[in-house]
Each structure stands twice: as C-alpha cells, then as structure tokens.
Design a protein around this ligand. Structure first.
Ligand code: MSP
Length: 681
C-alpha cells in the first residue's frame, strides 16, 4: 500500500515585541500558498507558525510600556493570530515559546544532547558584544562593535555561560552540504553558508545569566536559554517534541518530524543552516529536509522595518481593498501581488501603486473579466447550462500541457512568480481565443451553433482549470469562480493530479458571478490605505483623539471620505457635546491652491487660519479649479494630526458636503463677512 504523504512546513516564529508588517507577513503568506498547494497534491500538511516571546528585547519593550513581559507577549501574540486569521492563513499549529510544553521541549532537547553527546555542551566565561535587537552574538571580543544586521552598537556581555561546541561540527556540516546540495536553497545561499563554515566555526553561548525572561536551564535555573536555542526548538515543540511518554516525542512529532521545509528570510539563514543542524546532530535527531531562504520585501529599496519607519501593514491593504471594491478581494490582491511581483528567493520592492495597478490589470481586467464574460455568455446563449462540445478546440492542448508544467516545474520548486505568470498566460490565451472566435457575433445564427458550443465549452473548461491552478495563490476568488461553474464542494479539496481537460460536464448549471474583482480607483484606494495606515501609526488619534478614526481622518470631499462617512457603524452612534468639542473648527481664507501631479482628486490648498497659513490637501480637484478657490472662506478642522498623502503633508481638513450620487464635494462657506481664525462651533 502507498505510504500516506505528509508534509511539514514552518515559518520562523515571529518576535512578539512588535506588530507584523507586510514584510513579516510575506513568509507566512508564501507558506500558506505552499500548504494549500501541497494539500491539493494529496499531502497531509502540518503548517507551523508562532511567536518568539523570550529575550532581552521583549523584557525591555515591556519595561518601556510599564507592563510585564508576560502581558506584552500575551497582547502581541494575539495581534499575530488575528492577522493570520484576517489573511486567511491556514496554519495547523501555533506555538508560543512561553508555553509550558515549549519550555519542557527545550529542556528535553538539552538533556538529550547531554546524554547522547556529553562533550557538546560545556560551561565557560563569555565576554563579547551582543545585539539585543537581533539576538545576535556580534563579536567574541569586548571591543565595541556594531551589529551586522541592524548596524546598531552591540552591548557588552561578560558572564559565565553554557556553550555549544559548534567548532566540532565544521566537518560534519560541510559533509552535509556536500551530500545534500539542496539542503539549503536557493543555491547561492548554500554557497554563502558553505563559505561561512569553511572559514571556521566558533563555539556559541547558549545560555544567559544576566536576564530572567527565558526558559531556565535544567538543574541550573540561574541560567536561561539563549533565545535562538529556545526559538529553533519551537519547530519541534510545536508538534509535540518532549510530550511523549518517553519524554522525547508525542505521536504527532513521530509522524511529522523531520520537517520537510523551514521557510525563512535570508537574514536568519546562519541560525537555520549552521546552528540548527549542529544542535540536532548533537541530540541525534533527524535533520530537516530543506531550508529555503527567501529575499526581503523592500520599501523604497530598504528592508521594511519598524525601526526605520518604512513600513506597510497588511491590515489596511486588505480592509481598504474590501471596502473600496465592495467585495472580499483584499486578501487575494495582496497575495497575488506578493507572489507575482517578487521573484521568489530574491529581494522585491513593495509599492502601493504597483499593487493597485496590478490588481486592476491582472485581476479585474484579467481573471475577473474572463470569468464574468464566459459565464454571462453561457447564461445568455445556453440558459445557464454548460454546452456539449463537438470537438476539441485550439486551446485544449495548450491548457493541458501548461497544467503539468505549472505544477511540477514551478509550484513544486517554489517558483511562484513563474507559476502565476504561466497561469496568466493561459488567461491571455483564452482571451485571444474568444477575440478570434467572437462567440457574441455568431450567437444569433443557428448555423454556427456547434461552433458556439465548442467555443464556450472550451472557455469554461479552461476557466475551471485556471481557477484550480490559481487556487493556492487566490483562494477566495477561485472558490467563487468554482462555485459559479457549478462545481461542488471546496476547491481546496480538489486533487491536482486528477485535474484534466474534460472534467467539466456538459449540462452543469452555472451562475453568473457578481464582479469577481471589481475595478478600483488607484488614488481613492491609495488614500484609504494611507488613512488606515495612519490609524495604526497613530493609535491614540484613531481611538478617539482629535481627528479620530478612519472616517474623519480622510480629507473632506475625497472619494474616501464620502465612502467612509457612509460606512456601516459610522452613521448612527450618538456623541456627547464633549466629544464634539474635541474637534477644533476655524474659519479659513484660501490664499492659493495648486494641483498635485498624478493625483486627479487632490488639491494642495494654502489657507489662512488667523495666526498661520496651513497647507491642507483636499480631495476637491474634480469640483474646483485651484484659481477659483482664492479668497474663498472655508471651514478648517485645525487640530487634526498631520498626515502624508502622495508624499505631501496635510495639516488639517476642509469641510465639504458630499452631493448627489457621485459624491461631488461642495465646500462649506459663509455668506457674511468673517475674519480668518474665528472659531466655528
Ligand atoms: N524570531 C526570529 C525567528 C526565529 S525562528 C526559530 C525572527 N523573527 S522576525 O519576526 O524578525 O522575522 C520573522 C520572519 O519575517 C523572518 O522570516 C523574516 O525574514 C521575515 N521578515 C521580516 N521582515 C521582512 C521583510 N521586510 N521582508 C521579507 N521578510 C522579512 O527572525
């Protein structure tokens, strides 16, 4: 009998001292696509993620906030869980390093190591420089040094530690890389790792005495484990290592270990490809099958990172897409962009404009449009029943042959951008086929009925196959298309091996979808994302301070303000007079105004509010010419937190009504003479 296929993959466990951004979510989204793909290839998948909750940086972050480390990590791990839920991530296991089962696993691992390879661990004095932000031993000398990862000055550490004898593993590691050249991918990363090991390995300290927030060393509780020893063990504790009757392993561990894939970002390769296999060799445990190090998501050519402030968060992207498109498309849009735009393994740049442009071009105009057209024609010409084809069409072969290559050559090798590119080639091919055959032209002529059947059957069957192939990347939209094609159950349960041309049965009842990916306006969506992003950066304002919340944070008269003003929940709640008094309104007189390049809706308005002239960006360009505004009296919200749009700062907001069905802005003004700066209340 064939052995059941299993696949165990992991993301790194995330530091729980800050909230995740799009760069951190990248690893998780990639793994989710792999997990979904593997399930569609018949594997039982275990997919682990979690939070890395120990270490001095957590201790210090909590201190700054005046709370305990336990409270901090409790709060933050929930942000991760909530985000993974919002992003539709289907992890099967979530491990927290502060859990008791994890602590037991770490202690079990070290005990086992001491039993099996007693000389692998010893006690000695450590003096060196340590980066608290990256948890990295930067240098083994007390001389000042900067961290190789973040560039910040490393701290001096001088204490007695337990050491792991990494130096004894140099030859074994080199043999591993030689015998299993795909242990690390991409291959250029393996070369980096090899060179590092060839240059000689120093023993590493795996305990700390100076901090308390960690897992105690067994029988020597003055020491806690070095966070990387602790964190790496999560890959095993998360599936039950240290839980079984023999102390070493539970049934899930026995089933899934060794991991098939540790997916990581490139900056943590050394921990995974050097330390981790050495720790496992010393404990006489099987090594993972593969470490894959992907590149970074860059923001303006730099690694996205909280300390640099160049961050895009996933929540505003997903929520703003859903809101502006009026459909559940945000997740698919983000996943598609990340997996298509970034050549997997390399660094890739993140740009909000490129994200929205790709959505409109590839999802709305591409897949969404194809699905709507094909299904609408079957509804009109065949009373919503899939027609019976007479023969194979010219796209049959193309689709059938792509099927195999997309799965085996691309998905199997984690080449997402190539997989997605080829699925979109199929879409282009079907589009071209329809343009060539023009079913809408021959539909009225009974002579052409057989050809019409063939064309629409082929287009619908191609659409079914495209939906299945795109499912790991676009789980929401493809499920909708699947259902509209009259296919039963969850597309996720389909086995790709059984996917072949001809699976769509003639006579199947289809339904026409609502727009699968409604088109969005780049500027409107971009502004909405920016407003939500500002709420994350400035939570106090979002929670009720001046200019609080998404609805009022957008400038008056922009499409987004009009949309959010009518958003559910924003309309009916009553506020007190004190709430209203928090908003400072003043009379302003416009001194000058100008257009903003590439922003159709925005004007930059300079407005005199009595004691100063403010720069305010207002979404009124569709309704007012800049020159017509000069001298106009307006109402300005003057205590709104400044915010940036299109790289320009806006310092306030102009009040405007939203007129008619298209929400055209009409500025509030005064009929009487009134001095700039006068209070409005
Ligand atoms: N806690 C360690 C991992 C321990 S695993 C035993 C850690 N955490 S992290 O939160 O800093 O990073 C988690 C993942 O997010 C890593 O794979 C990291 O590479 C990834 N990313 C964080 N910022 C990133 C980008 N800007 N771009 C792509 N991935 C990045 O490291």
């Amino acid at each position: 009998m064939e052995k059941p296929k299993k696949f165990y993959l992991t993301t790194p466990i995330y530091y729980a001292n800050s909230r995740p951004h799009a760069g951190s979510a990248y690893t998780t989204i990639v793994c989710d696509a792999i997990a979904r793909y593997k399930r569609m290839r018949g594997y039982e998948v275990a997919y682990l993620t979690g939070t890395d909750e120990h270490g001095v940086n957590i201790e210090r972050a909590a201190e700054k906030l005046g709370i305990s480390p336990a409270e901090l990590v409790d709060r933050n791990q929930k942000i991760f869980r909530d985000l993974w839920k919002l992003l539709g991530i289907q992890q099967t296991h979530f491990i927290r390093t502060t859990s008791t089962e994890h602590a037991r696993a770490v202690q079990t691992l070290v005990r086992r190591t001491l039993r099996r390879t007693p000389h692998a661990i010893y006690k000695a004095k450590y003096e060196g420089r340590y980066c608290i932000y990256d948890n990295l031993y930067v240098s083994d000398s007390p001389e000042p040094a900067n961290c190789q990862i973040c560039g910040r000055p490393a701290e001096l550490i001088s204490e007695e530690n337990y050491f792991f004898r990494l130096s004894a593993y140099q030859d074994k590691l080199l043999a591993l890389y030689r015998e299993r050249p795909d242990f690390v991918e991409p291959d250029f990363r393996l070369n980096e790792v090899k060179s590092f090991v060839e240059a000689g390995l120093k023993d590493v300290s795996i305990s700390r005495k100076s901090i308390k927030w960690g897992i105690p060393w067994p029988d020597d509780p003055e020491h806690v484990f070095y966070v990387w020893y602790d964190a790496l063990t999560s890959y095993m504790s998360g599936i039950g290592f240290g839980q079984g009757a023999d102390g070493d392993a539970g049934p899930e561990f026995k089933k899934f270990w060794p991991a098939d894939l540790h997916m990581i970002g490139k900056e943590i390769i050394r921990f995974h490809a050097v330390y981790w296999p050495a720790f496992l060799m010393a404990a006489e445990l099987p090594l993972p099958d593969k470490i894959f190090a992907h590149g970074w998501l860059l923001f303006e050519q730099e690694k996205m990172s909280k300390s640099k402030g160049n961050i895009a968060h996933p929540e505003p992207i997903v929520k703003a897409f859903d809101e502006i498109a009026g459909a559940n498309v945000g997740n698919d849009a983000l996943r598609y962009y990340l997996l298509r735009e970034v050549v997997f393994g390399q660094d890739g740049n993140f740009s909000r404009e490129a994200l929205i442009t790709r959505y409109n071009a590839d999802l709305a105009n591409g897949l969404g449009n194809l699905a709507s057209r094909v299904l609408a024609m079957i509804e009109s010409y065949f009373e919503s029943r899939v027609p019976e084809p007479t023969s194979d069409s010219s796209i049959t072969k193309f689709v059938s042959s792509s099927l195999e290559s997309i799965a085996r050559e691309h998905y199997d090798r984690y080449r997402f951008s190539a997989a997605v590119r080829d699925v979109w080639r199929l879409i282009a091919q079907v589009d071209a086929y329809l343009v060539q055959e023009q079913p809408w032209k021959i539909a009225g002529d009974p002579v052409h009925r057989p050809r019409l059947r063939e064309v629409l059957y082929s287009a619908a069957e191609a659409l079914r196959i495209i939906a299945a192939l795109a499912h790991p990347v676009l789980p929401d939209a493809t499920q909708q298309i699947w259902r509209c094609l009259g296919q039963p159950g969850r597309l996720a349960d389909l086995q790709l091996d059984s996917l072949a041309w001809g699976g769509l049965k003639a006579g199947t009842r289809i339904t026409k979808p609502d727009a699968v990916f409604p088109r969005v306006e780049v500027e409107e969506l971009s502004e909405r994302i920016e407003a939500m992003e500002n709420d994350i950066r400035n939570p106090a304002a979002a929670a009720g301070g001046p200019g609080a919340g998404a609805p009022t944070a957008a400038p008056a008269g922009t499409g987004s303000a009009a949309t959010t003003a009518a958003a559910p929940g924003a309309g009916n709640a009553k506020i007190t007079i004190d709430d209203f008094a928090k908003v400072e309104l003043r009379v302003g007189v416009v001194k000058s105004a100008e257009r903003i390049p590439n922003a159709d809706k925005l004007l930059k308005v300079f407005v005199d509010i009595g004691d100063e002239v403010r720069q305010v960006l207002a979404g009124i360009a569709m309704a007012y010419a800049p020159e017509d505004l000069v001298g106009r009296k307006v109402v300005v919200v003057t205590n709104l937190a400044p915010r940036k749009m299109r790289g320009q700062e806006s310092n306030g907001m102009l009040l405007a009504a939203s007129a008619g069905a298209d929400g055209k802005p009409v500025l509030c003004t005064f009929a009487e003479e009134i001095a700039p700066g006068s209070k409005v209340k």
